[in-house]
Design a protein around this ligand. Structure first.
Ligand code: ADP
Length: 303
């Protein structure tokens, strides 16, 4: 479990993260979403003890990362797949890390196989494609077989087959009971990757909830209703607080009430209904909507 408690991080006068609190639980893939510059990398770096919070605390398994003597056995991370010595082979890179962290050397072959670099391990990293570097970065994170894994934009540069593979890997790691925390600035990447989300904007928390609950946030969800008695249904729905837009084909576009509630109200009022179609806001739309709000909110600087 990762706990971020009332964390603020300033770079000089600028606050990259402000009063941020959330918890990342084991057994799930949790997506960490926010537009570029939202503060995601800053938070990940604080989790790894690479930056110190100006205020608040970040703990993994109850204590700061630097308090864990087991390092790579406790937390595995991929922050920047390019931040790696290009002159070494993938195998030499992993072997050096295994030796310096007291990890068994057999893990090197195991993780290379696991990420699909079994045949490329003897080649120099400088010749790797971006996707291969991402795979090597993931192999590095897995080397210590840690219960907690952090990935900063791990899908960048992967082809569709690579993205599918990473998603499968993350799901498996979560099913094994690990804590898997994955950042992205693209909601479309997280939709099939994560089951839980932490969304930040301008360094502040916007949402920390399941993907399902987040999708339901889209306030512009609407329902199409078709009825032979438009006038009667319109009155009933308006009285219940919905906003109703009538169309010429005996249909109404209704916002502010769920499809189930509309159906119940129509039934109670004995108004026949010929169609009841909910239009669920897409995750992407919900994301755009809540992050746009955060930008407005932050510029008002109400807190
Ligand atoms: P993200 O990963 O969500 O794109 P970052 O954590 O990289 O966001 O950045 C958050 C904010 O903090 C940005 O405005 C960025 O310019 C600023 N920032 C990040 N690192 C530093 C630094 N070392 N010095 C000064 N400002 C920084």
């Amino acid at each position: 479990m990762i706990e971020v408690r009332e964390v603020t991080k300033r770079y000089g006068a600028k606050a990259a993260v402000s009063d941020l609190s959330f918890t990342v639980r084991p057994g799930h893939v949790t997506g960490f979403l926010g537009p570029n510059g939202a503060g995601k990398s800053t938070v990940l770096r604080m989790m790894l003890g690479l930056h110190r919070p100006t205020a608040g605390s970040v703990t993994i398994g109850g204590r700061p990362f630097v308090g864990w003597p087991r390092g790579m056995r406790h937390v595995g991370a991929l922050l920047d797949a390019h931040d790696i010595h290009g002159g070494r082979t993938g195998r030499a890179h992993l072997t050096a890390l295994a030796v310096s962290n007291g990890l068994p050397r057999r893990r090197v072959g195991e993780v290379l196989e696991e990420v699909g670099l079994g045949d490329a391990g003897h080649r120099r990293i400088g010749g790797y494609s971006l996707g291969m570097k991402q795979r090597l970065g993931i192999a590095t994170a897995l080397l210590g077989n840690p219960p907690v894994l952090l990935f900063d934009e791990p899908l960048n540069g992967l082809d569709p087959e690579g993205v599918k593979w990473v998603r499968g890997l993350f799901h498996r790691l979560a099913e094994e009971g690990r804590t898997v925390f994955v950042s992205s600035h693209l909601m479309s990447e997280m939709a099939n990757t994560a089951t839980h989300l932490v969304v930040i904007g301008k360094g502040r928390l916007i949402a920390a909830e399941s993907l399902k609950d987040f999708a339901a946030r889209g306030t512009h969800q609407s329902v199409t209703v078709r009825t032979p008695d438009v006038a009667a249904l319109r009155t009933v729905l308006a009285e219940a607080g919905a906003s109703v837009e009538p169309h010429t084909d005996n249909s109404l576009t209704v916002t502010g009430l769920s499809a189930a509630r509309i159906g119940d109200l129509a039934f109670q009022s004995l108004v026949p209904v010929h169609e009841l179609t909910p239009h669920t806001a897409s995750l992407e739309a919900a994301f755009m909507e809540v992050t746009a709000d955060s930008v407005e909110y932050a510029s008002g600087d109400a807190r």
